[in-house]
Design a protein around this ligand. Structure first.
Ligand code: ADP
Ligand code: GN1
Ligand code: MG
Length: 374
């Protein structure tokens, strides 16, 4: 068996976890996979005679997802619903929707002797996840896929879903928490980042705007993905179309603006989320337009006029919120997002700040683009 790069998790634990799930054949190899900041993801290759089949094995981040049973309940509910919808439309439920592999006991996850929780998905083959936009068409397709995801879930009864991370995109509440973390300054880092802290304090009102609209009943609460990064959608290698939305951990009631906005924050940035050279960071207005077009196409007319007109606010709010979350984590000692180098969270915070500044410069253009599609 070939084992590639497993870092801190003991191979015995991984192999024991793999053995719990309903798979066929023998394990040929496994190794770390993807670039998620939250879970530990592995690709596992099984071999039966000459046939090979891949699976995704994940150790769920238990310090973030406190109740894996509720988390997996949500995911099985949502994927079962989506599979029925996709079948009705004549699609391929195994490629267009994530498939949860049960354990040999029929559960959706396995808890090991060390208190870790594991799950397995079918590997979606012949499709790609991108870290950055290479071809604008891919970004357009990702928008159609996320919009379609939103549209398909519009008939889903959200009352049965658990709020796995309460107040996930409650930006004003995250702001309060940020102020508290600054005050506590556990790691004695606040003195190094005074300008950064001031940046977010100055934009408090921007961060409240969408939440106020929701509270005033001007924006509808929908079932949303809540983590619409480009690397959370798969593009079909053959057709080039958006194929499958993945990373369903945060599917919960939320705002369409935030699904739109998080995609812009990540994918319409001309630089990577952790780029150190801030001169490379900017909002690509052509990509912004592609995404507006694709998202509205995928949503098929289901968004209200107010939602559409506030799309730029969604982009700015998500960029501010994410930057503030990176800074909060830096101040707390990097306990939430996985980091790969010193000051990684601070670098990530800086790109988000630079992107917000560029959005402020391009605010009129962003609104003009959206107005074209209303
Ligand atoms: P995280 O919450 O840590 O971001 P994800 O569920 O997004 O974890 O998985 C991390 C990466 O693993 C994805 O960006 C993608 O590249 C890959 N991946 C996840 N699920 C699948 C799948 N079913 N098929 C193929 N690749 C997958
Ligand atoms: C995390 O899991 P991943 O890497 O797709 C985070 C998102 C952030 C993102 C920033 C559950 O997403 O909220 O926007 O990092 N997910 C969770 O890159 O906190
Ligand atoms: Mg992910």
């Amino acid at each position: 068996m070939v084992v590639v790069m497993t870092r801190e998790i003991k191979s015995e634990l991984i192999e024991k976890a793999i053995a719990q799930f309903q798979t066929e054949g023998n394990v040929k190899s496994y190794g770390r996979y993807g670039n998620g900041h939250i879970n530990d993801t592995f690709a596992v290759v099984f071999k039966e005679d000459v046939k090979e089949k891949r699976y995704i094995l994940q150790r769920i981040n238990h310090s973030i997802f406190k109740d894996p049973e509720k988390l997996m309940f949500n995911i099985t509910q949502v994927t079962s619903f989506l599979k029925e919808e996709v079948k009705k439309l004549g699609g391929d439920e195994f490629r267009e929707v994530v498939t949860v592999i049960s354990t040999r006991n029929g559960n959706s996850f396995y808890s090991d002797s060390e208190g870790s929780f594991w799950r397995m998905y079918l590997f979606i083959e012949d499709a790609s996840c991108f870290e950055q936009v290479d071809k604008p068409e891919d970004f357009y397709q990702s928008a159609v896929a996320f919009g379609r995801f939103q549209k398909l879930l519009s008939a889903f009864d959200a009352s049965g879903l658990y709020e796995v991370i309460p107040d996930f995109h409650n930006t004003p509440l995250r702001y309060e928490r940020f102020l508290q973390v600054v005050k506590e300054d556990k790691c004695n880092r606040a003195k190094e980042v005074k300008d950064e802290i001031e940046f977010f304090i100055k934009r408090k009102e921007d961060m409240e705007c969408c939440k106020n609209y929701l509270d005033e009943g001007k924006l509808p609460l929908r079932v949303t993905h809540n983590d619409t990064k480009l690397n959370n959608v798969m593009i079909d290698n053959k057709t080039g179309k958006g194929l499958c939305v993945i990373d369903l951990d945060t599917v919960m009631p939320g705002l369409s603006l935030f699904d739109f906005g998080d995609s812009i924050r990540f994918g319409a940035n001309t630089a990577a989320e952790d780029e150190k050279d801030l001169s490379k960071v900017s909002l690509d207005l052509d990509l912004f337009e592609q995404y507006v077009k694709g998202y509205l196409t995928g949503c098929e007319g289901s968004l209200t006029d107010t939602e559409i007109s506030m799309l730029p606010h969604g982009a700015k709010t998500m960029t501010l919120e994410c930057g503030m979350r990176f800074l909060t984590d830096y101040l707390e000692g990097d306990v939430y997002f996985r980091i790969h180098r010193e000051e990684h969270n601070l670098d990530r915070c800086h790109t988000q700040m630079a992107l917000v500044l560029d959005m402020e410069q391009k605010w009129n253009e962003m609104n003009e683009i959206v107005a074209k599609y209303r």
